[in-house]
Design a protein around this ligand. Sequence first.
Ligand SMILES: [Zn+2]
Length: 502
Amino acid sequence: VKLSFITLLFCILFLTGTIKSQQLTEIDTNYLNYSNKITKTALADTFGYSLLRKLCSFGGRLAGSDHLVKAEDFMINEICKMGFDSVFTQTFSTVNWKRGEIGKFEVRGTKFDTEQQGSSKSEGGWTLGVDGWEKISEGTPATGNGQPATGFSIAAIGGSIGTNGVLKGEVIEISNLSELDSRKDEIKGKIVFFNFPFEQGVYNSFESYGPAVNYRVNGAWRAAQYGAKAILIRSVASNFDDVPHTGTLRYVDTIPKIPAAALGVQSAVNLSKLLEMQANSKLGIDKLEFQLELDCRTEGFTNVRNIIAEIKGSEKKNEIIVIGGHFDSWDVGEGAHDDGAGCVQSIEVLYLMKKLGIKPKRTVRAVLFANEENGLAGGRGYGSTSIGEGNIHYAAIESDRGGFVPRGFDVDSTPEIIVRMQGWLPYFEKTGIDWIKKGGSGADISQIKDVKGLIGFVPDSQRYFIIHHSANDVFNSVDMRELELGSAAITIMTLMISDFGF
Ligand SMILES: [Zn+2]
């Protein structure tokens, strides 16, 4: 009797649960039609992909560059032609960092001649050539097949000071920050090489990014604490090429600023091997000397612009839904995935609604944020600017994880709202979106206060850290259909929030 009562109770609970979930997924056929049309039109028109091609033709869009100003002018002009309800810009001031000449990092070997009457006179430089160490005479550039044979592939980390000429020194390889602390007495006057690899054994590559990027952001001031004169990091990248990945760093006011650069992954591995061979006396070289040259510098301040376009809501025009990406990018690539993709997808939301005659109930506003990469001036500025008496930010969606195939949405909101949004999943069926769950949104929209839901668009992460902040981030690395499916998914999410509400 007792058992069957429990069974009955279980059945009641189970049935209630089933009924509840059916209620949540009850489909509005009008909106299912809209969803299907949105996806079809995104894939067929390829509006965002075409806009991205033009945007990338300007080159990297770092704050303070001519490329950025030209790309801003181009984008404002393009959007104005599209006939939205309003288009406007916001101007902010931010730091003006310049890479200058591409940096150099080289090694010289020295052999001491012990044959000449036992003296240990230095016999000039030795260089690491294609066939091993080659003698070079004074004044001769180190070459092998016309290339500087001793060169490693590097890029200055954004915000770094320059070396003010050639910086010479010994390199000490350090695996992690606790090793740095335990070997603090060996650091003074050396170039610290943080060789922290990208963890491969996890599905979500952003989980590997976190621990590795700590060395790029905090490596310089941590090493400078112990008297290092420069740092090198292994690029924060998931693949095994030799393209260096830049990004931003942090200096601490009370600790000397030292130059910082990222080595391509292959260069980092080679440097590590070289140091190991030298430590085991396997190079046949008595002394290694490294030379680092970085031309980068900060030249005061520069102006950057947020670019904003909107379609006014048909019923609740004072409730604003922001969709955004960041317009700036690092200078080494074209800012295609990071974050040209997010920008064109945001504009494409408005394009698709207008083209399909969808009049959103709430106001939909695309914001192309300025200067996310090295200052966040656009996001902070937008977040602290008034949006007018009686207006509120209802929700915000950010796309800043590349233009890859859609997977899900991370939502920063209440559990009730997240459950409600999960009921919308059937509308996303043709976009590849599989899940909606609690999670972080994005750097720019997280500056917006008093908003009911902050949403991060999550595409597949497997290839993002091949391109991120590097010369690999070019238009050709973006797949047309993957990018367009992302635009469709974000448009559908915007429509659901606008018309169904939380
Ligand atoms: Zn980005």
